[in-house]
Design a protein around this ligand. Structure first.
Ligand code: GLP
Length: 250
């Protein structure tokens, strides 16, 4: 028996990848109605959320006992701000499935004491029994959530300063203007993410090919936070063909 984690699966296109992951999540949800999910934002999970919404309408998936924790949120934004990740999640998933509002967990970007807010989030994850499945995307610089590359990483939920490329990557939420993207965010740390029982990382497109190769086969390095996924025993990396073009599968 060969054991390998991260386990990598490549699909011809992003849509097929999304429907396979949606089917896996639907099966997990049927098996465990009180599933605890960690959720990402970004362009990548949009197709996954659309597929989940479709499956829910077609098969009556019951989300009423599900608990969710989003990975991150911008500092200074209310959840009602159109650029907030909370609004993104409402638009793509929460408005379409029956998760009770009290089971939807978000970091509060407007918290006065952000350190306390990060601790509150860690405790809330623990109190929910931990995350069963953490879904994640990846930034072109190898970030997950807002764990940015640098000389050091903070392991737990923390306040992060965003890099220029990350602000550019998020500009679409702010009318295309990177200067409007908040300079800071609150984010689960890599240890928080790695504590989930399973992790599914999605990546699409050729702009992710380099960081995917380094995340899977490169050394563990704070220069590429996603490389720390190699420490986890149950990571699935789900790619479209373009994101797999630099991958050396040995
Ligand atoms: C943001 C999010 C990340 C996400 C990344 C990639 O910076 N904080 O969680 O993975 O964008 O986004 P996209 O899927 O749009 O490439």
């Amino acid at each position: 028996m060969t054991f390998r984690s991260p386990h990598v699966t490549v699909f011809p296109d992003a849509r097929t990848a999304a429907s396979v992951v949606a089917a896996r999540l639907a099966a997990a949800l049927r098996e465990r109605p009180a599933l605890v999910l960690g959720l990402p934002t970004g362009r990548t999970p949009v197709a996954l959320y659309a597929e989940l919404v479709k499956l829910t309408a077609a098969t009556g998936l019951d989300w009423s006992s599900v608990t969710t924790f989003n990975l991150d949120e911008f500092v200074g934004l209310e959840g009602t701000h159109p650029g907030s990740y909370r609004q993104f999640m409402d638009a793509h998933l929460f408005r379409h499935v029956d998760i009770p509002d009290g089971r939807i967990n978000f970091l509060q970007g407007t918290a006065v004491d952000t350190e306390q807010e990060c601790q509150r989030y860690e405790h809330a994850i623990m109190a929910a029994g931990g995350i069963d499945i953490q879904i994640a995307g990846i930034g072109t610089n190898g970030h997950i959530g807002f764990n940015e590359p640098g000389p050091a990483l903070q392991s737990r939920t923390h306040r992060a300063i965003l890099r220029e490329e990350t602000r550019r990557g998020n500009a679409a939420l702010f009318g295309g203007d990177p200067a409007q993207v908040p300079a800071e965010a609150l984010s689960m740390g890599m240890a928080t993410i790695l504590q989930a029982r399973a992790v599914i990382l999605l990546a699409h497109g050729s702009s992710k090919a380099g960081c995917i190769e380094r995340a899977v086969n490169g050394p563990l390095t704070t220069d590429l936070p996603a490389s720390f996924l190699q420490l986890h025993h149950d990571v699935d990396i789900v790619l479209d063909a373009a994101a797999a073009t630099e991958l050396k599968i040995g």
